[in-house]
Design a protein around this ligand. Structure first.
Ligand SMILES: [Zn+2]
Length: 370
């Protein structure tokens, strides 16, 4: 008898449909994973609203590229190669390497030159069999090439989900910023990614200050519990005055992680970072083009870095989250809101921080009923 998955399918801009999609017979090299929890990202709102024409043309699409679940069915060869069996707990990375281009060879498979159209979870059309290419569903398909990592049984699903996405990004990006003992790192923008960077920078031994707006107060209070200092600023305050004020308290800032995406954040980052320091740009910029004072970049001898995602970092992130969990610190509490599949649109709006609520991070639970 054919089994069916339930999936949230993007069929056109601003349109999600819940569809029953057959779970195909598993091939020898493949598997299907039953999703425990799928992450929702604020940036998915742009996709949902139809702002990306190349994306619209791929509809129908099952969204979702942050996935924690259990092996539902697995081919013989996949089971042998991956050392996995039905029921094992796993997380699957959004993209996978071709292992045949210079970027994959160097470890940055998010820039794979054979994957120029961004194939991966949440972006492959559901017209391509077996259709289940996203985490907004009860089940996802896992091809031979996909990167799959074991998740400890005692780690809550929320904790694993934060580890494989937000914390993995934070570890990668704070590493690029040079976070470590004796370093002072400023992070602008206390969204999930900024909070992940703060947590990772604190863990690396850096002194960390997270800068947000007055409306971010709850998020700033949250990140203080993880050992970061915070500063709530008024919108419109001059970046020059602000930078002076921050330096007066914290001294020279070795690196600034710009996780807000707005022009004032760029201006503040450039003013705040010390000469020969590093600015790490990790935000989705709004608007996409923003001027930068290149003269100041030159005369402060600034290094500008733009790391993409978190290649090869998920196992480290899961191990760190597991250690912290065993020591009584559960980063699963980053996930403040969980929605059923039927409310995927509400989940995206919540995650994009545009509703009335102030979530930290949002997830979909396919087993949750409306
Ligand atoms: Zn490649």
């Amino acid at each position: 008898m054919t089994e069916f998955a339930r999936a949230v399918v993007f069929t056109a801009p601003e349109t999600f449909e819940i569809q029953d999609i057959p779970i195909a017979e598993v091939g020898p090299d493949d598997m299907f994973v039953a999703v425990e929890l799928g992450g929702v990202d604020g940036s998915e709102l742009h996709m949902f609203k139809g702002e990306l024409p190349w994306f619209n043309s791929r509809a129908p699409i099952v969204f979702g590229d942050e996935i924690v679940g259990r092996v539902h069915s697995i081919g013989m060869a996949a089971a042998a190669r991956r050392g996995l069996a039905v029921g094992d707990r796993v997380t699957i990375e959004a993209r996978w390497p071709c292992n045949d281009c210079r970027y994959c060879a160097s470890g940055q498979y998010y820039l794979c030159s054979r994957n120029v159209d961004g194939r991966g979870y949440g972006t492959i059309t559901a017209r391509e069999m077996p259709s289940l290419w996203g985490g907004y569903a009860t089940h996802v398909y896992v091809p031979k090439e996909a990167l799959v990592y074991a998740v400890p049984e005692d780690l809550p699903a929320k904790t694993a989900l934060v580890a494989c996405s937000t914390l993995a990004n934070g570890l990668t990006w704070s590493g690029v910023a040079g976070a470590g003992a004796g370093k002072v790192i400023a992070i602008i923008g206390p969204g999930p990614q900024g909070i992940g960077c703060a947590l990772a920078s604190v863990q690396a031994g850096a002194q960390v200050i997270v800068i947000g707006l007055a409306k971010d107060r709850e998020r700033l209070a949250f990140v203080e519990r993880y050992g970061a200092k915070t500063l709530a600023i008024a919108e419109g305050e001059s970046h020059i005055d602000l930078a002076k004020r921050i330096r007066h308290v914290f001294g020279e800032i070795d690196a600034v992680i710009e996780a807000a995406g707005y022009q004032p954040a760029k201006d503040l980052a450039l003013e705040l970072v010390r000469p020969t320091g590093t600015i790490v740009h990790v935000s989705i910029p709004t608007p996409i083009e923003q001027p930068l004072d290149w003269m100041k970049m030159l005369f402060k001898e600034i290094t500008l870095r733009c790391p993409v995602s978190h290649p090869n970092m998920v196992p480290t992130a899961i191990a760190l989250a597991h250690d912290m969990f065993k020591n009584g610190v559960d980063i699963g509490e980053f996930i403040s809101h969980v929605f059923p599949l039927e409310r995927a649109e509400d989940a995206i709006h919540a995650a994009s921080y545009r509703g009335d609520e102030v979530p930290i991070k949002v997830a979909l639970d396919p087993q949750m009923r409306v």
